[in-house]
Design a protein around this ligand. Structure first.
Ligand code: 2AL
Length: 173
């Protein structure tokens, strides 16, 4: 016999879970515990949209320190995330369109990643979902022309987009 909880919507489960369980439901969205804790504290949310709006508002306040902390959970573009964690599985799915079978593209992405890291001192982050390898490569080239401040803002916005896409996925599986 299944309980009501098993039929509850993801949002109802999130609203009704323990703090620990609620945190575990959304922590794979981004490796920023303060973001997760704030959203857990803000429960209950009247609708998925309310939760997404709050998540977005918090993400728009992220700093460069937050970006560097979050990057620890994001493999390089073109490098298939290893391991069985939820984050690794999400990354593999997001990067599915990066055609790893195209050796020239893989080499260009590896070279691009290295050039980006040499210039900006951190891993290149882009919302890979819905983008081909070629599009990612052209975005990487374009962003290489940014100055440090412009690029930090772009990278933070990509982190926000990835995080919100993952939260959408958690709410509407
Ligand atoms: N370096 C990255 O951009 N990584 C990633 N982009 C995504 O959309 N998912 C990732 O893991």
């Amino acid at each position: 016999m299944t309980t009501l909880a098993q039929h509850a919507s993801p949002l109802a489960r999130f609203n009704g879970a323990s703090e620990e369980d609620a945190a575990a439901m959304i922590s794979p969205c981004v490796a920023l515990p303060h973001w997760t804790a704030s959203l857990v504290r803000g429960r209950p949310y009247a609708s998925p949209g309310h939760l997404l709006d709050e998540a977005d508002a918090l993400a728009r306040g992220w700093s460069l320190d937050d970006l560097n902390l979050a990057l620890s959970a994001h493999p390089r573009i073109g490098e298939k995330a290893r391991g069985e964690s939820k984050e690794a599985a999400l990354s593999r799915g997001e990067q599915a369109a990066v055609n790893a079978r195209d050796a020239a593209l893989a080499d260009a992405l590896a070279a691009g990643n290295a050039a980006y890291e040499a210039r900006f001192g951190r891993v290149f982050l882009i919302r890979a979902s819905g983008r081909s390898g070629e599009e990612i490569l052209s975005e990487l080239s374009r962003r290489m022309e940014n100055d440090a401040e412009q690029e930090a803002a772009e990278a933070l916005d990509q982190l926000r987009q990835i995080t919100l896409l993952r939260l959408e996925g958690a709410l509407h599986p």
